[in-house]
Design a protein around this ligand. Sequence first.
Ligand SMILES: *[C@@H]1O[C@H](CO)[C@@H](O)[C@H](O)[C@H]1NC(C)=O
Ligand SMILES: *[C@@H]1O[C@H](CO)[C@@H](O)[C@H](O)[C@H]1NC(C)=O
Length: 304
Amino acid sequence: MLRTLVALATAAASLVAAAPVERAGAWDLSADVVATWHPMAHYAAAVYCGPDSVRSWSCGVHCDHTTKLNILATGGDNGYNPYYYVGTNGSHVIVSIAGTNPLSPDSIGIDIDFDLVNVDTKYFPGSSGVQVHHGFYGAFTRMAGAIGPAVQNAVKGGTKQVLVTGHSLGGAQGHLVATYLQKLLGSSATVSARVFASPRVGNPAWANYVDATLGNRAQHMVNNNDVVPQLPPGDWGFQQSSNEIWITRPGGTQYRACPGQENYSCQDGLGIVGAVVNFALYLDAAVHLGPYVGVWISSLECEY
Ligand SMILES: *[C@@H]1O[C@H](CO)[C@@H](O)[C@H](O)[C@H]1NC(C)=O
Ligand SMILES: *[C@@H]1O[C@H](CO)[C@@H](O)[C@H](O)[C@H]1NC(C)=O
């Protein structure tokens, strides 16, 4: 932390001059590809509304703007156990996991429990050397036993495309759940992760494990200067897996594809220092919540 603070103080001035400029580039996602993220943002937001409204698919704008899902499993308590659901829209299984509840000390406790721990090969076979964030891993192990069998049944029933989403802490869970599900299901299904504002989940061996398991099917969207994807810091031993999709201005409409892990053409180019400086420049605490493809991801628009 001290190192981070010193870096902050020394680098702030130079970064003020390097505020991002929006210009179209070869790595921008096309409008068609951006549009495929739109339902994912609503699915990632709907889970914040809680299991009851998700079961009846009556959660306000997020349910109104997406195909009604047939809910196969839901759970969580919005505290020690994040909310989640498993549903199907006919052709795809959708899994969504909620982020931190800032009003719950148990929920915040998950985020700040950031020791790196080994993972169990019963979830992640062949994962020697792989370590992940203790709090994230604990929350994952508490939901995997319900999510795994629900998805397995849907796949046996013929729905072989699985999409995992989530925001913030739920984005970290999305990386863990999608990687676990692909290992569990093997060649019987194709699992993809489309998550938002995910913090770093594990060490470089974890990032490689995600990449080897999901390849380009694991993608995480980052809203410009949102500080959460820069946490925990890389110098604490954490590394993002590949395929950031970076929104080049806070809440902007240009989505840049960023191959590779920790790609300095994208958010890492701001760095944790730049993220904080930009945050101060824009004074926009909401940047973590969106908008992502026009959608704010939070419980604020839920209707019960
Ligand atoms: C289910 O959702 C996925 C992801 O948005 C979409 O590609 C697919 O067309 C949907 N299927 C149906 C039957 O609506
Ligand atoms: C990072 O992303 C840019 C485009 O946004 C791309 O040109 C570059 O090759 C990527 N770097 C790596 C190491 O993949």
